[in-house]
Design a protein. Structure first.
Length: 76
């Protein structure tokens, strides 16, 4: 009967843990170097997510947001 290779599993867990720690350090460095954004989900690069889609003007997006804001909240 074959024996399990526990060292392989341990090594894989160690590699995953190290990768997770490296990603955490990278996020901290990005936050430190880019303190302009308070939102952790905001795009790190300027121009990503903030620009209107091709063919859509900036005014159209703000009109849609204004229409959503005009809906009364106390409709219960």
């Amino acid at each position: 009967m074959a024996r399990q290779n526990y060292q392989h599993g341990k090594r894989q867990r160690e590699l995953a843990k190290k990768q997770k720690q490296d990603e955490k350090v990278q996020r901290r460095l990005e936050r430190k170097n880019n303190p302009l954004s308070d939102d952790p989900n905001a795009p790190a690069e300027p121009g990503e997510g903030g620009e209107p889609i091709e063919g859509e003007e900036a005014g159209e997006a703000s009109e849609a947001q204004a229409a959503e804001a005009a809906v009364p909240e106390d409709v219960a």
